[in-house]
Design a protein around this ligand. Sequence first.
Ligand code: GTP
Ligand code: MG
Length: 332
Amino acid sequence: MAVHWFPGHMHKALTEMKEALPKVDVLIEVLDARIPYSSENPEIAKIRGDKPCIKIFNKSDLADPDSTAAWQAHLEDDRAVKTFTTSIDNIAKTKQILELIRKTCAQKDASVKTINAMIIGIPNVGKSTLINILAERVIAKTGNEPAVTKSQQRINLGNGIVLLDTPGVLWPKLENPNTGYRLAISGAVKDTALEYDDIGFYAADYLLKAYPQLLKERYKIDDLPATELEFLELAAAKRGALMAGGRVNLHKICELLIGEYRSGKLGRITLETHEMIAKEEVEMGKAAEKKAAEKASRKQKFKDGSLTPDKRDRKEIRTGKREMQKESKTKR
Ligand SMILES: Nc1nc2c(ncn2[C@@H]2O[C@H](COP(=O)(O)OP(=O)(O)OP(=O)(O)O)[C@@H](O)[C@H]2O)c(=O)[nH]1
Ligand SMILES: [Mg+2]
């Protein structure tokens, strides 16, 4: 899905993050454990430089535990980064982040007295919630919708650590189209910038393939149909998502499915595996190669003057006219 949601405040937030960076000792990138790849902001990798970065897998209570373990192993193996899982229902574990921050900074520079840690991540991933847990008081505003935090906020924990809460940011261009869908399904995109029907069909298709048992249990369907449309129709009938005259209200059932996914009622579900991403990256590579080849061929045709027969004709006419003018000049 093409997500076009990069409002002004996100652009500003990204600029402010860059400005704050020189004073930051460690970055805490909060990822959504259900979409560890799609929630990782490529812009952060660009601006980060050599600042140490801890990757937190938050909302791990909503993610498939086996997938989370696989993702952690993959990231730690492949990219030599440190990952850590957290969730709102395990406060003691979340608090261990403070130790992690201290350890990470001690390794880098023992002379650092006050540690400045900047908390970054996509909208609605739980950055402010995490800060409130670490501060042991409600100091940052939270809410179950994206773009709650609109500007940076410094929180001095009084124990040698200062946290910097930042507004959730996405990035201007999502290279992988699946990333747009997954961000939208997980709740990182403002309602007004997405179409429930579109993401509902995408989610139903994925869930039928990856978590059929959870769908069967939740919607009490013994024999799941093969297609997402048939599944949505059945689920709509079960849940009374119908319009006047008894026709299925697809919009309503899509909204309901997404809501139940986000709240965890459907079960613990991860929307991507690194095997899926590897395949998608191959596809993206092929698509980019095809695009580049088409562009090169258009450029060549343009150079040859053979962009279109029409254009060639026009070029011949022009050359012909010039020759005639030259001839008439020399005659005069
Ligand atoms: N299930 C679950 N919900 C969480 C978790 N962490 C946060 N939430 C919920 O997610 C929603 C968003 O939390 P926030 O802390 O406001 O998220 P944020 O990243 O600060 O969001 P923005 O400021 O909009 O970028 C809230 O409803 C939280 O209660 C978690 O670990 N598990
Ligand atoms: Mg926030």
